[in-house]
Structures are given as structure tokens and as C-alpha cells.
Design a protein around this ligand. Sequence first.
Ligand SMILES: [Fe+2]
Length: 300
Amino acid sequence: MQAGGTLIEYGQPIDPEVMVKPPDMAEFALDPGHPGEHDSAYVERRRELFYLCRKHRLENLGPPWIEYTEEETRIWREVAPRLDELHRKYACSIYLKAKDALAITQDEIPQLRPISERLQRETRMHLVPAEGALPYRTFYEYIARRGFPVTQFIRHGSHPEFTPEPDMIHDCLGHVPPLMNQDYAELLVLIGRAAATAEKGEHVLALKRFSWFSIEFGLMEEQGEVKIFGAGILSSFGEIPHAMFSREVTRRPFVTDMVIETDYDPTQMQKDFFIAPSFAFLREELTQLIRRLNIPVLPD
Ligand SMILES: [Fe+2]
């Protein structure tokens, strides 16, 4: 991770301060090159949802109820069944069980408020409305308090298979179902507490990578088979077969020291995957890492 005292992220040297002092994006903007940037109706809709969800987040109002448009529902109906077919074959068991229990259907875009109430009852987690991708540290500050930030907008219809940013499909079909599992929830909350407390940029980066190769892109061994639990894989119909079968990628056992030294590029298909034996194993690995980094979030 360190080369002569410099932190490297996404192949570039970074200022360690950005890891501990997140910037706040208060104004709405689509990134240049976004598939929807020249569609004024899309930009307007995104702007409306940005300020609505931001207000609900900052004022602790819980997820707003959204009236989805026909076009948004059409995109959901195109993507959700294709993903579901792949999930039935390749997703880990806790994901499939939770997806059914939450009754996330392929017909209607789910409303987050009832899902959040259900999570609260099952694992004491809840959903926090997010206007877009939050800075890493801010994101984990919510998770430390058992809230998972979730976007409520949908990707642009010209590229239903692709989104350059987390959207409702990534969040709701990737991140939300495993929150129903207590072991998964406790792992996530511990990452959040450590990441929100760490004072050194290099420690936050180590936790970020631990999280990336588990929560976002993790594989798990289940009854002798490799299954998927990472949200970034489960929400992408390109990434699922790529993670499972591509010959261009590495699939190695999850060894924390290796994981925290592995850089990645979030804008490309992933080339490194790690296979964990269980959530209990990941929790134990994380506990040891936190102890080693001396981050004061563990009971004595
Ligand atoms: Fe994600």
C-alpha cells in the first residue's frame, strides 16, 4: 500500500488526508461522460431526487416514498429478471433467502421505507436515503450507526447493463438483501466503526480494501462451491460470469495481508477476487486487523 511513505490508490499516489477528511458534495452534477448527461429529462429527474434524498438524509427523515416513472419501471423490469436468473445460480444462500424474504420483485421498483422497517426488526439495521455515492468516510459513519446509505435513482435507459455510479439497482439488488443476515450485518458494522474511527489515511485505505474485496466484490465458499456475496458483482450481469468464470482474473483465498495490499480500479471489470470461507471468518480476520492497527473500537 505504501511506496516510500506515499499512499497509492487506483494506481495513483493520493493525499492520506482525503481518507480521513471527506469532502461534501452539496451540489448536483453528473460526471462528464455519464450516459444520461445529454438527456435533459433525465438530468432534471436526477436533480429532483438528489435534493429530495439529500434533505431526507441530512434531516434524518428516512427514505422518501418515490413515485417512479414508466421509464424507470421499464428499466427495472429489463434488468431485474436478468439478474435474478443469474442470482438463482450463483448467489450465496443468505442473499437468496433474504431476497425472497424481502419480496423484492422484478415488476416494481421497491420502496425503501418498508424494507428499512423490516431490516430494523431483523438485524437492527436501517436504510439511509443517499443522494448519490457518499464519500467513503461519511458512508461508513452511517454504517457505524447501523444505517446503510442507499440511492433511489435509476441508471440511464440507454445502457441498462451499466452504471458509472451506485444506483437503486446496485444498492437494492446488491447491498440490501444481505443486511437481513446477522453475521453479515455485524461484519459490516464493525468495518464501519473502524473506518469511521481510524485516524490514519493508510488505516482507512486498508479497511476500504478489506471492504471492497468482501462487501463489494467478495466470493464465498459454500458446500464446496464458490458463490457470490459482493454487491458489485450481484448487481451487474457482466460482472457475475466474469467473476465466476473468466480466465483473466485471479480467485485466491481471502488472506487479509494480501487483500489490504491489493489495489483495484473501480471503473473497470475487476481482475482480483478473494474467496472467504464464511462471514465468521471475515469477522475474525477483521477483528485481528483492527487490533493490529490499534483502532479503539473493540471491547477490551
Ligand atoms: Fe456498493
